[in-house]
Design a protein around this ligand. Structure first.
Ligand code: MN
Length: 278
């Protein structure tokens, strides 16, 4: 058997040992790029703040205005686990916030990926309960220059939330939130699409609270199970912030399983086919 040791930085290992971590664990953590004991403190309080994401304040204001005006929101999702969980996070949170919101997942065989002009036409045709006022992309949209232009021509607003690397040209959207866009100083570039949308919902809650428009305090931590699922399925690097998000979600999933041990367990489903990469 050939055991290959991951390399680590001695300064990280030493910092962990000095913080009281067992030397063996310190070595393992350091090899996972954990630099300090603070990175092991998994809690909502130690998550990176959403305000560090470029465009976040405008995104929260755009959504708060739209909710207040009773505008029709339509989430443009994606068919993989990251896109589906990002859509679910958006649907659940926005409905809790009182938004008029629906979602649309493009048929990948007919419409491909992203916010294409054809998809905008389909959305505008009102098949999902009338013409939308604002399209919100999740896990896609950063490359949808033409689709955003079509939406603009039709008088439909666009909020792009994505984590993919932008191309040379950005879509002329009302707002873009993407940790990988130029000028975004958010320290974690590894957020999944679902992580970006989760952050947008946290910022929106803060915005609504500030406006006195939050009917009751909502615990968005209840959505971390979806964030964990999408983040792991998208195989993004588990940096400190993603590990924190995933740790909270897994804790929630385990707690629910414990709570449901008295009920009969559901049968095992068939193994899903391997998904395409993000
Ligand atoms: Mn993704």
């Amino acid at each position: 058997m050939n055991i290959i040791q991951r390399s680590y930085q001695e300064t990280h290992r030493r910092a962990l040992v000095e913080a009281g971590i067992h030397p063996l664990l310190a070595k393992i953590y350091a090899a996972r790029s954990i630099r300090s004991a603070a990175e092991l403190a998994y809690s909502a309080a130690t998550l990176l703040p959403p305000t560090q994401l470029k465009g976040m304040e405008q995104a929260a204001a755009l959504l708060a205005d739209a909710i207040h005006a009773g505008r029709r929101l339509l989430i443009i999702a994606d068919y993989d686990a990251d896109g589906a969980t990002a859509c679910a996070v958006g649907m659940r949170a926005l409905r809790l916030f009182g938004a008029n919101v629906d979602y649309l997942v493009p048929d990948r065989f007919k419409l491909g990926y992203g916010l294409s002009p054809e998809l905008v036409d389909l959305a505008a045709s009102g098949s999902k309960g009338g013409k939308p006022d604002l399209l919100i992309t999740v896990d896609n949209g950063i490359a949808s220059v033409e689709g955003v232009a079509r939406a603009r021509a039709l008088g439909i607003g666009t909020l792009i939330t994505d984590h993919h690397l932008p191309g040379a040209e950005l879509p002329q959207a009302d707002c873009i939130v993407n940790p990988n866009q130029a000028g975004c100083t958010f320290p974690s570039k590894a957020l999944a699409g679902v992580g970006v949308m989760f952050y947008v919902m946290i910022a929106l809650r803060a915005q609504l609270r500030q406006r006195g428009a939050l009917k009751s305090e909502l615990n968005l931590g209840a959505l971390t199970d979806l964030v964990a699922l999408g983040t792991i399925a998208d195989v993004v690097p588990l940096d400190a912030n993603n590990r924190n998000l995933v740790a909270q979600g897994l804790k929630r999933i385990r707690a629910r399983r414990r709570a449901s041990t008295s009920t009969s367990s559901p049968g095992r489903g068939s193994t899903p086919p391997a998904g395409s990469p993000t």
